[in-house]
Design a protein around this ligand. Structure first.
Ligand code: DX5
Ligand code: ZN
Length: 212
């Protein structure tokens, strides 16, 4: 069964808790997009917001850091309530250090890559992480069109995982709807992130069912 991780970037932030409540029963993870205005050309929200919503939900906080030098903030995101912290390979000079810091906090570590980054660059880290996040849009904004280059990456990651007997989950993020989600699932994705497709819908439950 494919897991669903709705991106709260597409929520109404004036009603964030209520918006998450509308989907919580049907989802697996809560995808939390943190942007610093440097790694990406957008600023979203950060530590205090995660801290505020944490007491209201028990589902896994799937925290996607789009920030430079994420090693500066692993403690803070851990203390705020992140369960899984995904960082970008392009955002740090020492991915091993970031993975170790996340693990030392007792959290799951995820690694992500921009659409233009070659999937082979992840090889040194694939036996160390619990999740790989394939970006199917240029990170920074919700509501963009799916980049099909993600499909080959998902297939490659699935193949690599099988041949090397590894356990990471493969997650895909950006432009996911019922059609692109199916392509990703067939390619080997375990977790679908979806923002606008779910939160812009009147019947969100129906959209989540379609994704599953
Ligand atoms: C983009 C974010 C995504 C985004 C997905 O940088 O990482 O999680 O919110 O939004 P949709 O599903 O609308 O493409
Ligand atoms: Zn994301």
């Amino acid at each position: 069964m494919t897991k669903i991780s709705p991106s709260i970037l597409s929520c109404d932030f004036a009603n964030l808790k209520d918006d998450i409540d509308t989907v919580i029963a049907d989802i697996d993870y809560i995808h939390i997009d943190v942007m610093d205005g440097l790694f990406v050309n957008n600023i979203s929200f950060g530590i205090p917001v995660i801290k505020s919503i944490r007491p209201h939900f028990t589902k896994l906080f799937d925290t996607h850091l789009m920030i430079v030098n994420p090693e500066r903030y692993i403690d803070a995101f851990s203390n705020a309530g992140a369960d899984l912290i995904t960082f970008h390979i392009e955002a740090t000079e020492d991915s091993n250090k970031v993975i170790n810091m996340i693990h030392e906090k007792g959290l799951k570590a995820g690694i992500s890559l921009r659409p233009k980054t070659k999937v082979e660059e992840l090889i040194p880290y694939l036996d160390k992480v619990e999740l790989v996040l394939v970006m199917s849009v240029e990170p920074g904004f919700g509501g963009q069109e799916f980049d099909p280059s993600a499909i080959e990456k998902i297939k490659w990651l699935k193949e690599y995982k099988m041949t090397h007997n590894l356990n990471y989950e493969i997650e895909v993020d950006g432009g996911i709807n019922d059609i692109t989600g199916k392509l990703c699932k067939d390619a080997g994705a375990d977790v679908l992130v979806s923002g606008s497709y779910i939160f812009k819908a009147v019947n969100r439950k129906e959209k989540i069912e379609l994704l599953k």
